[in-house]
Design a protein around this ligand. Structure first.
Ligand code: 6CS
Ligand code: FE
Length: 304
């Protein structure tokens, strides 16, 4: 008999019938509370992240720190080879770029940014461990053409389709072009990270080929969303290029279509604890490609 033991699936989802949401099983902040004041984040900031599931820093990086990144971003938009690579997702109409995945594996500059000492120290304080990059991407959301992203928990996808065992992972979203109220800023539901919402619907093979354009599988039901929105409302942090949104892997988020003329381009680095490395996908499908879920390099990141 095959003695291979499958990790028990603590977060069953992509089910045939609805199962009620339940309280998360893992801490939000993995550092014990008695050590929350050790820094670099203040105890207040750590508590805010624990409570809300995200936090916002206006101008975390200065404008001149951002200039080089923004220039490189523009170069990618005009790179025809990049447009046809598997890790690049186009908007409907196949002209504008929606996302470029694996950006830290394409660009030395962005790779160094994943190891920025300020970012890394803060992430390690929250996850209380060494970390590696699970996924990186740029979401361009171009003016007039940038479509939105349905409400979802990233962890629900990364657990089900990438085999991420527990909630010991977070995203740093670095604002590359000013995020204002009109160009589809990231919206998050405060407190939503405290519940796991099992979703209905089996995961098709190669689901990512569709989900990265428009996610329909792994999207929470309206009744659960209504309950969490009534409890926590919605926040849409806004700010200039260089601002930073840090959000927990299970915090519900989404964004609207960009109807303005200004792009809303955000960079996302997903930091996973080295104690939370991927196992077989819990949905039972074959693992997703490397540009979506890093299975090759789980070395602890060292600051530049
Ligand atoms: O499938 C994923 O990994 C991606 N999907 C969404 C909607 N957010 C996280 C991630 O970029
Ligand atoms: Fe997401």
């Amino acid at each position: 008999m095959n003695t291979e033991t499958r990790l028990q699936d603590e977060f069953p989802t992509r089910l045939e019938r609805k199962v009620e949401m339940f309280q998360r099983l893992d801490p939000v902040v993995h550092t014990p509370e008695e050590r929350w004041a050790e820094g670099p984040l203040s105890e207040e900031r750590v508590r805010e992240f624990d409570e809300k599931g995200f936090m916002f820093f206006e101008s975390f990086f200065s404008q001149d720190e951002m200039d080089g990144f923004i220039r490189e971003l523009k170069d990618y938009e005009d790179d025809e080879d990049l447009k046809v690579s598997e890790g690049t997702i186009l908007e409907p109409g196949k002209e504008e770029i929606r996302s470029i995945f694996g950006i830290h594996e394409i660009s030395e500059r962005f790779d160094r940014l994943t190891r920025d000492p300020k970012l890394l120290a803060m992430v390690k304080q929250l996850l209380d461990s060494d970390v590696y990059i699970h996924q990186s991407r740029i979401n361009y959301k171009p003016g007039f053409k940038g479509k939105g992203f349905n409400w979802h928990s990233d962890f629900e996808t990364w657990h089900s389709e990438d085999g991420m065992p527990k909630m010991r992972c977070l995203s740093c979203s670095i604002v590359m072009t000013d995020n204002n109220e009109f160009n589809g800023p990231l919206m998050l539901i405060p407190g939503s990270h405290k519940n796991f919402i099992p979703c209905v619907g089996r995961t098709p093979e190669n689901n990512y080929k569709k989900s990265l354009k428009s996610q329909t599988i792994g999207v929470p039901d309206d009744r659960s969303l209504q309950q969490l929105m009534d409890e926590g409302f919605i926040e849409a942090p806004k700010g200039p290029a260089g601002s930073l949104i840090v959000f927990e892997c299970n915090t519900l988020h989404g964004s609207n279509t960009n109807m303005s003329c200004w792009p809303r381009s955000n960079l996302f680095f997903v930091y996973n604890s080295v104690h939370n490395t991927l196992v077989e996908p819990f949905c039972g499908n074959k693992p997703r490609p490397q540009f979506l879920a890093n299975r090759k390099n789980w070395e602890p990141l060292k600051p530049v």
